[in-house]
Design a protein around this ligand. Structure first.
Ligand SMILES: Nc1ncnc2c1ncn2[C@@H]1O[C@H](COP(=O)(O)OP(=O)(O)OP(=O)(O)O)[C@@H](O)[C@H]1O
Ligand SMILES: [Mg+2]
Length: 253
């Protein structure tokens, strides 16, 4: 049965999508079957895998509205061992269209239940907010992986995120746990990065992954070629880091 990990932090631009794409591709390179679910109307995970996001008949939007089933919107093996539930800007309207819908917190979970035995890992990229899509992702997930950018305001908003995770756990998904924290855009040349890591370790009583994702220009370039880093530049520091993270995630059962 697949392990379902939501990649979440309501802070924007911390590396959720970069981690979703490259952790998934690295797990796949290690022989794991992976489904990536894009729940962000920005659709960056979708386009990051080279999918033309505005020409899709079925996306997570249709799935959330009950207009298609999950199998109708999965794009299979976009790269070897990676399948994608795509998203695009249409999803931005879902929040409003869900007003008054019964049990709307469980829509994604009910669909993922049909396919979770088909995969070793299901990775859900969350939008930068604590909205109904993020709640759906957390209701679906076994655990939440929190990317934290190595910058001065890193801790800001984390208590709110943890509060949300705890609320979902209490009311919607009793088995939900925090998988761990992963530091992104780490710059070994600056004291700031080191300080952020130390600060978070001291103040946040959570598992911290040993892998530090470096700030690496190749990671920023890869999406414009529609490729994960291990295809775009497998020898880059970014590719190596995400491979190492994948290994840690596999061990962190
Ligand atoms: N390790 C890294 N090194 C260099 N650039 C990075 C790295 N990680 C992410 N980036 C770049 O930083 C920007 C934000 O990253 P990303 O889109 O992954 O964050 P996000 O948390 O998904 O953002 P959003 O909250 O908008 O969904 C992107 O331009 C991305 O290419
Ligand atoms: Mg994103």
């Amino acid at each position: 049965m697949g392990r379902i990990i939501a990649i979440a932090n309501q802070k924007g631009g911390v590396g959720k999508t970069t981690t979703s794409i490259n952790l998934s591709a690295s797990l796949a390179a290690k022989g794991k079957k992976v489904l990536v679910i894009d729940t962000d109307p920005q659709g960056n995970t979708t386009s990051g895998f080279g999918i033309e996001k505005n020409e899709l008949e079925n996306t997570i939007y249709e799935l959330i509205l009950g207009e298609c089933s999950i199998r109708d919107c999965i794009i299979s093996n976009i790269i070897k061992n990676v399948s994608v539930v795509p998203s695009n800007v249409n999803l931005a309207a879902a929040e409003i269209e869900l007003i008054g819908v019964d049990k709307k917190e469980y829509i994604l979970k009910n669909e993922v239940d049909y396919v979770k035995d088909d995969y070793d890992f299901i990775i859900i990229d969350c939008p930068p907010s604590l909205n109904m899509l993020t709640i759906n992702s957390m209701t679906t997930a076994d655990s939440v992986l929190v990317p934290i950018q190595c910058e001065y305001y890193a801790l800001e908003g984390l208590s709110q995120l943890i509060h949300t995770i705890n609320l979902v756990k209490e009311r919607l998904n009793p088995d939900l746990r925090i998988d761990g924290v992963v530091f992104t855009m780490y710059d070994s040349r600056t004291n700031l990065s080191m300080q952020v890591v130390e600060n978070v370790k001291q103040n946040l009583n959570q598992k911290v992954y040993n892998t530090l994702i470096p700030r690496n220009i190749r990671l920023a370039e890869a999406p414009s070629y529609g490729m994960p880093i291990n295809m775009y530049d497998p020898k880059s520091a970014g590719a190596e880091a995400y491979m190492q993270l994948a290994e840690e995630v596999i061990k962190n059962k």
